[in-house]
Design a protein around this ligand. Structure first.
Ligand code: CA
Length: 230
């Protein structure tokens, strides 16, 4: 695999330069766009693996640029970088299609950790087959269409993501912490019983009327997905 290319869209020149230097020292290529319009041009012209995007920018602001990029590219991870920490700013960022949000001033190691999470995620997404199958259950990763014994099964977004996590890790024991991080993100409190609730929703839809059962509980440990008991 070639070098990872990261685009920094940031008008504070000093911060942009420091970021570029730190990213390069961490083994990435980094380009700087000093306003939203340049950011848009570079994002369209070059193939980036990830974008770090400031919100207050000349010409096109970060929210609008993010929306613009999402129109043609759903996959590229976008981390917003901003001085605004209010929840409504955060929500506006997620609404515009950002994947994560880092508040200035920030520790570079924190940003780097987040970058690595996204890069690992897109790497596995790229290498995985387009359809996941176990017994007579099939999931099309592009359309998210799920069938069991050729019957279409309707899942909510979270149920679908949960099933995808199970299928990508079939025959492996998964802890609640692992599932929480994959499906709900690292900031979610794993002590709630939400995973059990969702696993039950999923079981009702994909296992209740079918054999063999695919989602199994390992008491005191977590869950696993398999067409046999482990
Ligand atoms: Ca700015």
């Amino acid at each position: 695999m070639g070098k990872i290319n990261i685009l920094i869209v940031e008008d504070e020149q000093r911060l942009a330069e420091i970021l570029k230097k730190q990213l390069e020292e961490s083994g990435f290529n980094a380009d700087i766009a000093s306003d939203g319009y340049l950011g848009k041009q570079l994002a369209e012209k070059n193939k980036y693996n990830l974008i770090i995007l400031d919100i207050s920018l000349p010409l096109i602001n970060g929210y609008d640029l993010c929306t613009e990029i999402r129109r043609t590219n759903n996959k590229i991870p976008i981390i917003m970088l901003t001085a605004f920490s209010a929840p409504e700013n955060k929500l506006a960022g997620f609404d515009a299609g950002a994947d994560d949000y880092v508040v200035k001033p920030f520790d570079f190691r924190e940003l780097l950790a987040r970058i690595n999470v996204f890069l690992r995620r897109s790497e596995t997404d790229m290498t995985v087959a387009e359809k996941l199958k176990i017994a007579d259950l099939e999931m099309d990763l592009k359309s998210k269409r799920v069938t069991r014994a050729n019957k279409k099964i309707d899942l909510t977004a979270k149920e679908s993501f949960l099933l995808e996590t199970f299928l990508k890790n079939r025959d492996k024991l998964l802890t609640r912490e692992f599932i929480t991080e994959k499906v709900w993100g690292i900031d979610f409190d794993p002590s709630t019983n939400i995973i059990d609730v969702y696993v039950n929703y999923l079981r009702k839809k994909i296992d209740k009327d079918f054999e063999p059962k695919l989602i199994h509980t390992k008491f005191g440990f977590g869950f696993y997905c398999s067409d046999k008991e482990l």
